[in-house]
Design a protein around this ligand. Structure first.
Ligand SMILES: Cc1ncc(C[n+]2csc(CCOP(=O)(O)OP(=O)(O)O)c2C)c(N)n1
Length: 347
Protein backbone atom coordinates (compact mmCIF):
# COMPACT_ATOMS: atom_id res chain seq x y z
CA UNK A 1 0.00 0.00 0.00
CA UNK A 2 1.32 3.42 -0.93
CA UNK A 3 1.27 5.84 1.96
CA UNK A 4 1.94 9.56 1.82
CA UNK A 5 5.38 10.75 0.79
CA UNK A 6 7.66 10.91 3.76
CA UNK A 7 5.86 8.05 5.52
CA UNK A 8 9.09 6.21 6.08
CA UNK A 9 10.67 9.21 7.70
CA UNK A 10 7.73 9.73 10.03
CA UNK A 11 8.11 6.13 11.16
CA UNK A 12 11.83 6.62 11.50
CA UNK A 13 11.49 9.84 13.50
CA UNK A 14 9.06 8.13 15.86
CA UNK A 15 11.58 5.41 16.63
CA UNK A 16 14.66 7.64 16.86
CA UNK A 17 14.85 7.63 20.67
CA UNK A 18 15.34 3.87 20.70
CA UNK A 19 17.26 3.36 17.47
CA UNK A 20 20.71 3.77 18.95
CA UNK A 21 19.93 1.77 22.05
CA UNK A 22 18.65 -1.49 20.64
CA UNK A 23 20.54 -3.82 18.34
CA UNK A 24 17.48 -3.92 16.05
CA UNK A 25 18.08 -1.69 13.02
CA UNK A 26 15.54 0.46 11.21
CA UNK A 27 14.33 -1.43 8.14
CA UNK A 28 11.97 -0.71 5.25
CA UNK A 29 12.38 -3.73 2.94
CA UNK A 30 12.05 -7.25 4.28
CA UNK A 31 14.50 -9.96 3.21
CA UNK A 32 12.45 -10.61 0.06
CA UNK A 33 12.41 -6.94 -0.93
CA UNK A 34 8.82 -6.37 0.14
CA UNK A 35 8.06 -2.91 1.44
CA UNK A 36 6.50 -3.10 4.87
CA UNK A 37 3.65 -0.63 4.74
CA UNK A 38 5.03 2.59 3.38
CA UNK A 39 6.52 3.80 0.14
CA UNK A 40 9.67 5.90 -0.04
CA UNK A 41 9.68 9.59 -0.72
CA UNK A 42 11.47 9.07 -4.03
CA UNK A 43 10.32 9.24 -7.64
CA UNK A 44 10.34 6.15 -9.85
CA UNK A 45 13.35 7.57 -11.70
CA UNK A 46 15.22 8.16 -8.44
CA UNK A 47 14.50 4.61 -7.30
CA UNK A 48 15.73 3.17 -10.60
CA UNK A 49 18.78 5.40 -10.54
CA UNK A 50 19.71 4.28 -7.02
CA UNK A 51 19.60 0.65 -8.08
CA UNK A 52 21.58 1.39 -11.27
CA UNK A 53 24.33 2.82 -9.05
CA UNK A 54 24.30 -0.37 -7.01
CA UNK A 55 24.71 -2.43 -10.20
CA UNK A 56 27.51 -0.08 -11.24
CA UNK A 57 29.26 -0.71 -7.91
CA UNK A 58 29.06 -4.48 -8.32
CA UNK A 59 30.58 -4.26 -11.81
CA UNK A 60 33.21 -1.80 -10.65
CA UNK A 61 34.35 -4.16 -7.91
CA UNK A 62 34.80 -7.04 -10.32
CA UNK A 63 36.75 -4.85 -12.71
CA UNK A 64 38.77 -3.23 -9.91
CA UNK A 65 39.95 -6.63 -8.72
CA UNK A 66 40.89 -7.70 -12.26
CA UNK A 67 42.73 -4.46 -12.95
CA UNK A 68 44.75 -4.79 -9.77
CA UNK A 69 45.66 -8.40 -10.60
CA UNK A 70 46.78 -7.24 -14.05
CA UNK A 71 49.05 -4.65 -12.43
CA UNK A 72 46.96 -1.76 -13.75
CA UNK A 73 45.85 -0.52 -10.32
CA UNK A 74 48.07 -0.48 -7.25
CA UNK A 75 45.35 -1.69 -4.90
CA UNK A 76 41.59 -2.14 -4.76
CA UNK A 77 39.32 -2.25 -1.71
CA UNK A 78 36.14 -4.09 -2.68
CA UNK A 79 32.77 -2.86 -1.45
CA UNK A 80 30.80 -5.94 -2.45
CA UNK A 81 27.84 -6.33 -0.08
CA UNK A 82 27.91 -2.66 0.92
CA UNK A 83 26.23 -1.23 -2.20
CA UNK A 84 22.93 -0.35 -0.52
CA UNK A 85 24.64 1.58 2.26
CA UNK A 86 26.44 3.73 -0.25
CA UNK A 87 23.62 4.24 -2.73
CA UNK A 88 21.24 5.21 0.10
CA UNK A 89 23.71 7.75 1.43
CA UNK A 90 24.61 9.15 -2.00
CA UNK A 91 20.93 9.61 -2.84
CA UNK A 92 20.31 11.57 0.36
CA UNK A 93 23.07 14.13 -0.22
CA UNK A 94 22.40 17.42 -2.00
CA UNK A 95 24.57 19.61 -4.22
CA UNK A 96 26.73 21.76 -1.95
CA UNK A 97 27.08 19.02 0.67
CA UNK A 98 30.60 17.72 1.25
CA UNK A 99 31.70 14.12 1.70
CA UNK A 100 34.91 13.06 3.45
CA UNK A 101 35.32 9.39 2.54
CA UNK A 102 37.42 6.38 3.39
CA UNK A 103 38.67 4.10 0.62
CA UNK A 104 35.48 2.02 0.26
CA UNK A 105 32.93 4.53 -1.00
CA UNK A 106 33.26 4.54 -4.79
CA UNK A 107 29.49 4.36 -5.35
CA UNK A 108 28.61 7.30 -3.10
CA UNK A 109 31.49 9.36 -4.51
CA UNK A 110 30.48 8.63 -8.11
CA UNK A 111 26.90 9.61 -7.29
CA UNK A 112 28.18 12.94 -5.97
CA UNK A 113 30.05 13.66 -9.20
CA UNK A 114 33.53 12.23 -8.76
CA UNK A 115 34.81 11.09 -12.16
CA UNK A 116 35.82 7.45 -12.10
CA UNK A 117 38.95 8.39 -14.06
CA UNK A 118 40.05 10.40 -11.04
CA UNK A 119 39.53 7.48 -8.68
CA UNK A 120 41.45 5.14 -10.98
CA UNK A 121 44.24 7.71 -11.31
CA UNK A 122 44.53 7.71 -7.53
CA UNK A 123 44.64 3.92 -7.32
CA UNK A 124 47.25 3.89 -10.08
CA UNK A 125 49.50 5.81 -7.70
CA UNK A 126 49.14 9.19 -9.39
CA UNK A 127 47.83 12.08 -7.32
CA UNK A 128 44.19 12.96 -6.53
CA UNK A 129 43.29 15.11 -9.55
CA UNK A 130 39.73 15.92 -8.47
CA UNK A 131 38.89 19.41 -7.19
CA UNK A 132 36.96 18.87 -3.94
CA UNK A 133 35.34 22.28 -4.14
CA UNK A 134 33.82 21.48 -7.54
CA UNK A 135 32.07 18.28 -6.45
CA UNK A 136 32.12 18.32 -2.65
CA UNK A 137 34.05 15.04 -2.75
CA UNK A 138 37.19 15.21 -0.64
CA UNK A 139 40.16 12.88 -1.14
CA UNK A 140 40.10 9.32 0.11
CA UNK A 141 41.39 9.14 3.68
CA UNK A 142 43.72 6.28 4.49
CA UNK A 143 44.50 7.31 8.07
CA UNK A 144 41.66 5.52 9.82
CA UNK A 145 39.06 7.85 11.33
CA UNK A 146 40.70 11.19 10.49
CA UNK A 147 38.00 12.16 8.04
CA UNK A 148 35.52 12.33 10.92
CA UNK A 149 37.45 15.34 12.25
CA UNK A 150 37.53 16.95 8.83
CA UNK A 151 33.79 16.50 8.33
CA UNK A 152 32.91 17.81 11.78
CA UNK A 153 35.22 20.81 11.27
CA UNK A 154 33.64 21.57 7.90
CA UNK A 155 30.19 21.21 9.49
CA UNK A 156 31.16 23.75 12.17
CA UNK A 157 32.34 26.05 9.37
CA UNK A 158 29.01 25.71 7.56
CA UNK A 159 27.20 26.60 10.78
CA UNK A 160 29.42 29.62 11.49
CA UNK A 161 28.96 30.91 7.95
CA UNK A 162 25.24 30.15 8.05
CA UNK A 163 25.50 28.01 4.96
CA UNK A 164 22.81 25.40 4.67
CA UNK A 165 25.17 22.61 3.64
CA UNK A 166 26.10 19.42 5.46
CA UNK A 167 29.45 17.65 5.78
CA UNK A 168 29.39 13.87 5.84
CA UNK A 169 32.26 11.79 7.18
CA UNK A 170 32.20 8.12 6.19
CA UNK A 171 34.13 5.59 8.27
CA UNK A 172 34.19 1.87 9.02
CA UNK A 173 33.40 0.10 12.29
CA UNK A 174 37.09 -0.11 13.22
CA UNK A 175 37.44 3.66 12.93
CA UNK A 176 34.91 4.18 15.73
CA UNK A 177 37.55 3.01 18.24
CA UNK A 178 40.01 5.69 17.15
CA UNK A 179 40.61 8.75 19.31
CA UNK A 180 40.12 10.99 16.28
CA UNK A 181 36.64 9.64 15.72
CA UNK A 182 35.61 10.04 19.36
CA UNK A 183 37.06 13.55 19.53
CA UNK A 184 35.21 14.42 16.34
CA UNK A 185 31.95 13.24 17.92
CA UNK A 186 32.60 15.37 20.98
CA UNK A 187 33.28 18.48 18.91
CA UNK A 188 30.23 17.77 16.76
CA UNK A 189 28.02 17.81 19.84
CA UNK A 190 29.57 20.80 21.57
CA UNK A 191 29.65 23.03 18.49
CA UNK A 192 26.43 21.78 16.90
CA UNK A 193 28.26 20.90 13.71
CA UNK A 194 26.24 20.53 10.52
CA UNK A 195 27.77 17.11 10.10
CA UNK A 196 26.67 13.52 9.84
CA UNK A 197 29.08 10.72 10.66
CA UNK A 198 28.12 7.68 8.64
CA UNK A 199 29.56 4.36 9.80
CA UNK A 200 29.57 1.44 7.41
CA UNK A 201 29.66 -1.34 9.99
CA UNK A 202 30.87 -4.16 7.76
CA UNK A 203 31.76 -6.26 10.82
CA UNK A 204 35.49 -6.48 10.12
CA UNK A 205 38.45 -4.11 10.46
CA UNK A 206 40.86 -6.16 8.36
CA UNK A 207 41.09 -9.26 10.61
CA UNK A 208 39.57 -7.74 13.76
CA UNK A 209 35.89 -8.72 14.10
CA UNK A 210 33.26 -6.29 15.34
CA UNK A 211 32.94 -8.38 18.53
CA UNK A 212 36.59 -7.65 19.41
CA UNK A 213 36.41 -4.02 18.33
CA UNK A 214 34.27 -2.56 21.10
CA UNK A 215 32.03 -3.68 23.95
CA UNK A 216 29.47 -1.06 22.94
CA UNK A 217 26.23 -2.83 22.01
CA UNK A 218 25.80 -0.66 18.93
CA UNK A 219 28.14 1.81 17.28
CA UNK A 220 25.29 4.30 16.89
CA UNK A 221 25.08 4.61 20.69
CA UNK A 222 28.62 5.99 20.79
CA UNK A 223 27.03 9.30 19.83
CA UNK A 224 24.69 9.45 22.80
CA UNK A 225 27.26 10.32 25.45
CA UNK A 226 28.40 13.24 23.29
CA UNK A 227 24.89 14.55 22.71
CA UNK A 228 24.90 13.31 19.13
CA UNK A 229 21.80 11.47 17.91
CA UNK A 230 22.50 7.89 16.90
CA UNK A 231 20.55 5.96 14.28
CA UNK A 232 21.02 2.26 13.62
CA UNK A 233 19.84 1.23 10.17
CA UNK A 234 19.85 -1.95 8.09
CA UNK A 235 22.73 -1.15 5.75
CA UNK A 236 21.66 -3.76 3.20
CA UNK A 237 18.30 -2.05 2.73
CA UNK A 238 18.84 0.84 0.31
CA UNK A 239 15.49 2.43 1.14
CA UNK A 240 16.09 2.38 4.88
CA UNK A 241 19.58 3.82 4.46
CA UNK A 242 18.20 6.54 2.26
CA UNK A 243 15.49 7.40 4.79
CA UNK A 244 17.89 7.43 7.75
CA UNK A 245 20.54 9.44 5.89
CA UNK A 246 18.02 11.90 4.51
CA UNK A 247 16.49 12.38 7.95
CA UNK A 248 19.90 12.96 9.55
CA UNK A 249 21.25 15.18 6.78
CA UNK A 250 18.17 17.43 6.59
CA UNK A 251 18.10 17.75 10.36
CA UNK A 252 21.77 18.79 10.42
CA UNK A 253 21.11 21.20 7.55
CA UNK A 254 18.45 22.97 9.64
CA UNK A 255 20.99 23.33 12.44
CA UNK A 256 19.06 20.89 14.64
CA UNK A 257 22.12 18.82 15.45
CA UNK A 258 24.68 16.34 14.16
CA UNK A 259 23.97 12.61 13.91
CA UNK A 260 25.80 9.33 13.87
CA UNK A 261 24.28 6.85 11.42
CA UNK A 262 25.37 3.23 11.74
CA UNK A 263 24.61 1.19 8.64
CA UNK A 264 24.70 -2.49 9.53
CA UNK A 265 26.22 -4.37 6.62
CA UNK A 266 28.98 -6.87 5.88
CA UNK A 267 32.29 -7.00 4.04
CA UNK A 268 31.70 -9.96 1.74
CA UNK A 269 35.01 -9.51 -0.09
CA UNK A 270 38.59 -9.08 1.07
CA UNK A 271 39.72 -5.99 2.99
CA UNK A 272 41.81 -5.07 -0.05
CA UNK A 273 43.67 -6.92 -2.76
CA UNK A 274 46.55 -7.20 -0.25
CA UNK A 275 44.45 -9.34 2.13
CA UNK A 276 43.46 -13.02 2.34
CA UNK A 277 40.26 -13.15 4.45
CA UNK A 278 40.12 -16.96 4.25
CA UNK A 279 42.65 -16.90 7.07
CA UNK A 280 40.20 -15.34 9.52
CA UNK A 281 36.62 -14.91 8.22
CA UNK A 282 34.32 -17.87 9.01
CA UNK A 283 32.90 -19.16 5.68
CA UNK A 284 29.44 -19.75 7.20
CA UNK A 285 29.29 -16.07 8.23
CA UNK A 286 30.07 -14.98 4.67
CA UNK A 287 27.43 -17.39 3.32
CA UNK A 288 24.86 -16.01 5.71
CA UNK A 289 25.50 -12.44 4.56
CA UNK A 290 25.62 -13.44 0.90
CA UNK A 291 22.03 -14.54 1.37
CA UNK A 292 21.28 -10.96 2.49
CA UNK A 293 22.75 -9.50 -0.70
CA UNK A 294 21.34 -5.96 -1.06
CA UNK A 295 21.08 -6.12 -4.86
CA UNK A 296 18.42 -8.83 -5.35
CA UNK A 297 16.52 -7.37 -2.39
CA UNK A 298 16.24 -3.95 -4.05
CA UNK A 299 15.70 -5.48 -7.49
CA UNK A 300 12.75 -7.54 -6.26
CA UNK A 301 11.22 -4.41 -4.78
CA UNK A 302 11.56 -2.57 -8.11
CA UNK A 303 10.23 -5.54 -10.09
CA UNK A 304 7.25 -5.81 -7.78
CA UNK A 305 6.48 -2.17 -8.60
CA UNK A 306 7.11 -2.87 -12.31
CA UNK A 307 10.01 -0.44 -12.38
CA UNK A 308 12.60 -3.02 -13.43
CA UNK A 309 12.97 -6.04 -15.70
CA UNK A 310 15.58 -8.14 -17.42
CA UNK A 311 16.12 -5.57 -20.20
CA UNK A 312 16.71 -2.80 -17.63
CA UNK A 313 19.21 -5.06 -15.88
CA UNK A 314 21.12 -5.76 -19.09
CA UNK A 315 21.17 -2.05 -19.93
CA UNK A 316 22.40 -1.12 -16.44
CA UNK A 317 25.29 -3.60 -16.70
CA UNK A 318 26.15 -2.41 -20.21
CA UNK A 319 26.11 1.23 -19.11
CA UNK A 320 28.29 0.47 -16.07
CA UNK A 321 30.86 -1.44 -18.08
CA UNK A 322 31.03 1.32 -20.71
CA UNK A 323 31.61 3.92 -17.99
CA UNK A 324 34.30 1.80 -16.37
CA UNK A 325 36.11 0.98 -19.64
CA UNK A 326 36.12 4.63 -20.62
CA UNK A 327 37.57 5.65 -17.25
CA UNK A 328 40.27 2.95 -17.43
CA UNK A 329 41.29 4.21 -20.85
CA UNK A 330 41.47 7.81 -19.66
CA UNK A 331 43.33 6.97 -16.44
CA UNK A 332 45.89 4.88 -18.32
CA UNK A 333 46.52 7.74 -20.72
CA UNK A 334 47.33 10.14 -17.88
CA UNK A 335 51.03 10.95 -17.69
CA UNK A 336 52.93 10.08 -14.54
CA UNK A 337 53.61 13.45 -12.92
CA UNK A 338 57.11 14.71 -12.33
CA UNK A 339 58.31 15.15 -8.76
CA UNK A 340 57.82 18.90 -9.11
CA UNK A 341 54.20 18.41 -10.20
CA UNK A 342 53.57 16.12 -7.21
CA UNK A 343 54.91 18.77 -4.88
CA UNK A 344 52.83 21.49 -6.53
CA UNK A 345 49.65 19.42 -6.15
CA UNK A 346 50.44 18.63 -2.54
CA UNK A 347 51.11 22.22 -1.50
C1 LIG B 1 45.50 5.30 12.06
C2 LIG B 1 45.59 4.02 11.28
N1 LIG B 1 45.83 2.87 11.92
C3 LIG B 1 45.91 1.71 11.22
C4 LIG B 1 45.76 1.70 9.86
C5 LIG B 1 45.85 0.39 9.07
N2 LIG B 1 44.52 0.02 8.60
C6 LIG B 1 44.13 0.23 7.33
S1 LIG B 1 42.55 -0.25 7.07
C7 LIG B 1 42.35 -0.73 8.67
C8 LIG B 1 41.03 -1.32 9.13
C9 LIG B 1 39.92 -0.33 9.12
O1 LIG B 1 38.71 -0.98 9.40
P1 LIG B 1 37.34 -0.24 9.39
O2 LIG B 1 37.46 1.11 10.00
O3 LIG B 1 36.34 -1.15 10.00
O4 LIG B 1 37.02 0.00 7.84
P2 LIG B 1 36.88 -1.08 6.65
O5 LIG B 1 38.26 -1.27 6.08
O6 LIG B 1 36.32 -2.33 7.21
O7 LIG B 1 35.97 -0.45 5.66
C10 LIG B 1 43.52 -0.53 9.39
C11 LIG B 1 43.67 -0.87 10.82
C12 LIG B 1 45.54 2.95 9.21
N3 LIG B 1 45.38 3.04 7.89
N4 LIG B 1 45.45 4.08 9.94
Amino acid sequence: MAVSAGGIEQALAASIPSLARTPEPFRVLDAEGRCEGYQPDLTDDELRSMYRWMVFGRQLDERGLQLQRQGRLGVWGPMIGQEAAQAGLGQAMRPGDWIFPSYREAIALSMRGLELTELFAYYRGLYWPADPFATGVFPVQIVIGDQALHAVGAGIGFALQQQRHVAIGVVGDGATSQGDFLEALNFAGVFNSQAVLFVQNNHWAISVPRTRQTASETLAQKGLAQGVTGVLVDGNDALAVYAASHWAIERARRGDGPALVEALTYRVGAHTTADDPRRYQPPEEIDEWRRRDPLPRMRRYLEERQLWDEDAQREAVREALARIDHAVEEAEAMPVPTLREYVEVAT
